[in-house]
Each structure stands twice: as structure tokens, then as C-alpha cells.
Write a protein that binds this ligand. Structure first.
Ligand code: 5HM
Length: 339
């Protein structure tokens, strides 16, 4: 069988990759000062790309950042102001302190290239609407000019995204030149499968498979301890945690994203504070209300002095998101101490 190994959700693929990189790596490298175990030419396929979050307490996945990054991409943005609030470490990749260049994939995908009037994303969707079984809906991200920048602090890790409309479903193949398996992989798969699902909704297709291919798949030595804890947790638990994540609503479009981003901006800049009841009255589907709930959780953590995030907001979260924020932030742990 020459196809990529298949997993239902990201968690199984994540654990298999960490296990292999830790226990049977192909190389030990030291690129740009980062010592790492590496495998080259790795791929896997997710049959249900909607299950894009791992439920591993030792990993402490951050669903607030994941949705923020996905929205930042979908909105075609490259500003640090938004993404730096959710991931302060990304500030060091910006050469001018204002924008990100190599890693602002959405800027390249969702804005027309210089001299063009239509974005690569819109062009790819148009192709998929008009050319049956097209193989041409490829959205390049890595630009050859990035190689010309000496000591480039932020060279795109995503080579490109490739969309295929087959049998009523929209499949995606993602080509990464390099992936940090512990951190980069999870946020990349989360965001790219969100772009895939958003594209499927625009085309009126069902969500298909997601195949992820990586040139250099590596685990940095400095993260080895974290990896051992994650693998030990997976080995010790009687059965994996499972929370099915719901589909993106069929009426999601640019107007939906714009509405969510207005609330994101107001919460990030602490201009509003919401109760669960107020978020339930916002005119977006319950799916997108979950994202606004997450942004309110993070607003309270960043801007309020309280020890605990308000109970009504936490209780309104989807059980999987509730589980994740409870393991990520002490302010979201339940008073009973268990989740
Ligand atoms: O030396 P190089 O440019 O490959 O270092 C970038 C590091 O960030 C690599 O470990 C790469 O795999 C990781 N990375 C990632 O996994 C970076 C980004 C941001 O572009 C990403 N995924 N999206």
C-alpha cells in the first residue's frame, strides 16, 4: 500500500509521529542551532479532519490560539497585533514588529497577488466549480524569493495547499517543507483543515480527507521531556478521550467571519466583556458562538484580575473545548478539581 497511513483524528497521527521521531528517528540534525531528531518525507491522512484537536493533558493544546490563527488566516491577515496577543512568541519572527511575512499564509492565500485582482483561494474555488475533477486547484504559499533573504527569520514552512473535488467531497493535500512535530504540526493541521472545511462549505461539498505531507518532520531536543510525558499519558490511560467536534455551518461565509472578527477585536482590546447569555444573543450560529466564548475566556485571563474565569462562560463551552481550557489554564479548572 503506497498511500499515507490513515488516522481518524489528529490525535492518533500526533502520537504515532512523536513515537517514531523519539524512538526511531532517521537523522539527528542541528539546523540553525536547533538540535532535533528528524525523519524526512513523512505523510499521514485524516479521514475526519474535523477532529482536529488532541485531548492530551500533557500537551495542553490551546484552542483559543487555534481558532484565532485559523480566523487570522481566513481573513487574509498578516498583522502581529492580532496574532501576537494569542501567541506572543510569534513576535520574534517579525522583522518590522508590525507584520509577519513567511508564516502569514492567509495573506498569500486570501489576497490577490501583485498585479492580480482575484485571490488564489477564490481562483481555486472557481476552477473547482467549473472544471470537473480538476488537478489544478493548487495554492502555492512558499515563494522562491524567500530563499534570497539572508538569515530569513520567517521562511514559510507551508509549501502549498492542494484541493480536490471528488465524489461530492472536498479533499485537501498539504505540502510542508518542514514541521516541528510537537508544536507547529498541531496548529498547522488545525488551521489548514479549517480552511479545507470553509472551502467545502463555499462549494456546497461535504468535507473529504486531509493528507499532510512533510519534508523535514522533527522533534527538537529541547521538547524531548514534553514528548515523553505525552507518550506516557497516552500509554497509561485506559482509553482515549473523545469529543466529536461539530460541522461548520453551511451558511458560513465572509460575512460570518467578519462578524466573529468584530467581536474578537472588541474582546482582544478589552472594549467589551460578555456573559454566556450575551454571546448566545449574538447573531451567529452556535458553532461560531463557541469561538466567541473562547475569546471571552481568554479576555478574562489576559485582562481581568480574577482567579477564575466566570462559570457561565465555561459551562457554555462544547465539552471538548471545556476539557482543553480546563487543562490549559488554572483559572478554568473546575472547583471540584476534576473534569
Ligand atoms: O529553520 P527553519 O526555517 O526550517 O525553522 C522553522 C521552524 O518552525 C521549523 O522547526 C518548522 O518546522 C517550524 N514551523 C512549523 O512547524 C514554523 C511554522 C511557521 O511558518 C509553521 N510550522 N507553521
Amino acid at each position: 500500500m503506497l498511500k499515507a497511513p490513515t488516522f481518524r483524528s489528529i490525535e492518533g497521527a500526533y502520537l504515532a509521529l512523536l513515537d517514531q521521531a523519539s524512538n526511531s528517528p532517521e537523522h539527528h540534525i542541528s539546523a540553525r542551532g536547533n538540535d532535533a531528531n528528524e525523519m524526512i518525507g513523512v505523510s499521514f491522512r485524516l479521514i475526519d479532519p474535523r477532529q482536529r484537536l488532541p485531548y492530551l493533558a500533557a500537551r495542553k493544546a490551546n484552542p483559543v490560539f487555534q481558532f484565532a490563527e485559523a480566523l487570522w488566516y481566513l481573513a487574509g491577515r498578516r498583522d502581529l497585533e492580532m496574532i501576537g496577543y494569542y501567541a506572543p512568541s510569534m513576535r520574534s519572527s517579525s522583522p518590522d514588529g508590525v507584520n509577519l511575512f513567511g508564516s502569514s499564509y492567509g495573506y498569500r492565500l486570501f489576497n490577490p497577488a501583485e498585479g492580480d485582482t482575484v485571490s488564489p483561494f477564490d481562483r481555486a474555488l472557481e476552477l473547482l466549480r467549473t472544471e470537473k475533477d480538476s488537478k489544478r486547484a493548487y495554492l502555492p504559499v512558499f515563494a522562491a524569493s524567500e530563499l534570497a533573504v539572508a538569515d530569513n527569520p520567517d521562511m514559510a514552512c507551508l509549501a502549498g495547499l492542494h484541493l480536490f473535488a471528488r465524489g461530492g467531497r472536498l479533499h485537501m493535500v498539504c505540502h510542508m517543507r518542514a514541521n516541528d512535530l510537537v508544536y507547529g504540526l498541531l496548529s498547522d493541521v488545525f488551521s489548514f483543515t479549517m480552511i479545507q472545511e470553509y472551502a467545502a462549505v463555499q462549494l456546497g461539498l461535504e468535507l473529504g480527507s486531509y493528507t499532510h505531507t512533510i519534508g523535514s518532520a522533527h522533534v527538537n531536543d529541547r521538547n524531548a521531556k514534553r514528548v515523553r510525558s505525552v507518550l506516557a499519558e497516552a500509554d497509561a490511560r485506559p482509553h482515549p478521550q473523545h469529543f466529536d467536534f461539530p460541522p461548520m455551518p453551511k451558511d458560513t461565509g465572509p460575512a460570518t467571519l467578519a462578524t466573529v472578527l468584530v467581536h474578537e477585536d472588541a474582546l482582544r482590546t478589552n472594549k467589551v466583556r460578555y456573559s454566556a447569555e450575551e454571546i448566545a444573543a449574538i447573531g451567529v450560529d452556535a458553532y461560531w458562538q463557541q469561538v466567541i466564548l473562547l475569546f471571552e475566556v481568554y479576555r478574562q485571563i489576559q485582562h481581568d484580575q480574577d482567579d477564575a474565569v466566570s462559570r457561565d462562560v465555561l459551562d457554555a463551552l462544547h465539552p471538548g473545548l471545556r476539557w482543553l481550557v480546563g487543562h490549559k489554564w488554572a483559572a478554568c479548572a473546575t472547583s471540584e478539581g476534576t473534569l
